[in-house]
Write a protein that binds this ligand. Structure first.
Ligand code: CA
Ligand code: CA
Length: 199
């Protein structure tokens, strides 16, 4: 089992950006949350463990967020991985007090948050958001009260607005420039229940 109570002083020279994002008391709370979710009591969480969190079960992007916890090809996540993913959801202001110009970028920096959001869209991992990928997320976010035709035209307009190299898809650089696509996915206001239950 990994130690969770390592103090920051002991980590000098070997920076762990996860510990920079969370305070000591938050880490303690997260750890007790982690162990209560760990029904198999083996120090790791499975997808089923996450699916038992009601707020994630009803979140339209729940499955994708759950997937983001799991490294490629793995079906278990340990406490460190659990914290790393959650760190992306912390507000950016939390960095200011522990800012270290020479250290690695905090996980909740604007750029890391954007990468995280981008990956929620880019299911086939070709580093582009296609019209289909955008449509899938739109459909999950807006629910059923909007026709496929209307959704399609929202997707088309969004791509037109973002697409600069004319490939009819949104690259990460283009994604960063269209302000509106990401923040509703990653703001704490977009996932208040999810965050409050976990942290
Ligand atoms: Ca893609
Ligand atoms: Ca493009």
């Amino acid at each position: 089992m990994e130690k969770v109570n390592r103090s920051r002083d002991k980590q000098k020279g070997k920076k762990d950006t996860t510990a920079e994002v969370f305070s000591h008391s938050q880490i303690t709370r997260l750890y007790s949350r982690f162990t209560s979710l760990d029904k198999g009591e083996n120090g790791t969480l499975s997808r089923e463990d996450f699916q038992r969190i009601p707020e994630l079960a009803i979140n339209p992007l729940g499955d994708r967020i759950i997937n983001a916890f799991f490294p490629e090809g793995e079906d278990q996540v340990n406490f460190r991985g659990f914290m790393r993913t959650l760190a992306h959801f912390r507000p950016i202001e939390d960095n200011e007090k522990s800012k270290d110009q020479n250290g690695p970028e905090p996980l909740n920096s604007r750029s890391n948050k954007l990468h995280f959001a981008f990956r929620l869209y880019d299911l086939d991992k070709d580093d582009k958001i296609s019209r289909d990928e955008l449509l899938q997320v739109l459909r999950m976010m807006v629910g059923v009260n909007i026709s496929d035709e209307q959704l399609g035209s929202i997707a088309d307009r969004t791509i037109q607005e973002a697409d600069q190299d004319g490939d009819s898809a949104i690259s990460f650089a283009e994604f960063v420039k269209v302000g509106k696509l990401h923040f509703y996915l990653l703001n704490e206001t977009a996932h208040p229940c999810f965050l409050h239950t976990l942290t």
